[in-house]
Ligand binder design. Structure first.
Ligand SMILES: Cc1cc2nc3c(=O)[nH]c(=O)nc-3n(C[C@H](O)[C@H](O)[C@H](O)COP(=O)(O)O)c2cc1C
Length: 343
């Protein structure tokens, strides 16, 4: 039985992180998580093991993990394990240090359970992630996905060099690579999906990943029309990609949201777009799905949402907004629902 301890009860009651600006929480998140896990050291993760899954000799103790951007450098990998994540995605990692985009970069809409961000891959540079990943190698509890991106000043014609460089540098620590060209916050990045750019770009990256025999996934945008979505999927399969993460944040808006018009939205608002993309890919892949990995992210907040995504065909599910609105014990809360249902 997964009982609530005092830390979970207090966080549920006071949701202290929602009382501060999202910028401040984001800035201090690494330390806050370390502190929580230190205080809650008695929290055992026996409940981490449920609905386990294996893929290409990788063993996932459960099918819920953190999405790209939650742990950009890999500073909290062991904390996510302690909190019950079934896998961890680190990144988006860029080759060199870069600042976030100027101005406001993150906002919360509590009423609509949605987030807005315009971060643009802030990262201290790959060395820091390499160091963090290396530190966790000997105590590994789950598969680690490494999400890679380009520095904003690298032109699209040379983008593959950034991705290939990161695969060369990080292959010893990645169980799976994730190619991120679907962020709306790096100018021109999504142009790499355009027909004339796409195939040569992904082919070269795929070849590099296979030098190290690493599975490689493509993270998709929810904003492609059906025709280009299908083409992107078909070309990725033709090249040999091992699966997809869907989706990244959306640039779509309705009047219910008060967010700026640039940047990307995630959370509840994204859920219908993410589910549509999931249904579309499952239908499109048909029998070709076989051994391809499908990971779904976008507005998953509880066990019910998780089950729905699994039923729609997701092998694995990821959380970002769910952690922000429901707190770091969300993995435990979902496991608890599972155990209540089956025990
Ligand atoms: C503040 C913020 C930063 C993000 N940074 C990244 C990132 O660096 N790389 C990435 O692939 N996705 C990033 N994402 C997108 C998430 O990984 C995820 O695809 C999206 O938020 C949908 O999931 P959610 O509805 O559970 O938040 C970010 C999302 C947010 C809200």
């Amino acid at each position: 039985m997964v009982t609530k301890n005092i830390f979970e009860i207090l966080l549920d009651k006071f949701t202290p992180w929602l009382k501060f600006s999202p910028e401040l929480v984001h800035e201090k998140q690494v330390y806050l998580l370390h502190l929580l896990c230190l205080l809650d050291e008695a929290s055992n993760n026996a409940w981490q093991q449920w609905d386990a899954f294996s893929w290409k000799q990788l063993n996932f103790p459960n099918r819920i993990g953190i999405a790209g951007g939650v742990d950009k450098t890999g500073a909290n990998i062991n904390n996510w394990w302690q909190l019950g994540a079934g896998f961890v995605e680190v990144g988006t990692i860029t080759p060199k240090y870069q600042q976030p985009n100027p101005g406001k970069i993150i906002a919360r809409d509590q009423k609509n359970l949605s987030l807005w961000n315009k971060m643009g891959f802030p990262h201290p540079g790959f060395e820091e992630s390499l160091w963090n990943l290396e530190k966790r190698l000997s105590e590994k509890q789950t598969p680690i996905l490494v999400n890679i991106g380009k520095n904003r000043w690298t032109p699209n014609e040379k983008a593959q060099e950034d991705y290939q460089f990161l695969i060369h540098e990080l292959h010893s620590y990645a169980d799976i690579f994730v190619v991120n060209i679907s962020s709306p916050n790096t100018q021109g990045l999504r142009d790499l999906f355009k027909k004339q750019n796409f195939k040569p770009f992904i082919k070269s990256i795929y070849q590099t990943s296979k030098e190290y025999k690493k599975p490689i996934l493509l993270k998709l945008s929810p904003d492609e029309n059906e025709e280009s979505f299908d083409l992107i999927v078909d070309l990725s399969l033709e090249v040999g990609f091992d699966g997809f993460i869907l989706t990244n944040t959306t640039t779509q808006r309705t009047s219910e949201l008060s967010f700026p018009t640039d940047g990307g939205v995630s959370g509840k608002f994204l859920a219908p777009f993410s589910k549509l993309a999931l249904q579309r890919i499952v239908k499109h892949l048909g029998t070709e799905k076989k051994n391809k990995l499908i990971i779904n992210a976008g507005g998953v907040f509880n066990y019910e949402d998780y089950l729905e995504r699994r039923q729609l065909g997701a092998d694995l599910v990821q959380l970002y907004s769910g952690i922000v609105f429901n707190g770091p014990y969300i993995f435990k809360k979902i496991a608890r629902e599972h155990f209540l249902k089956y025990n």
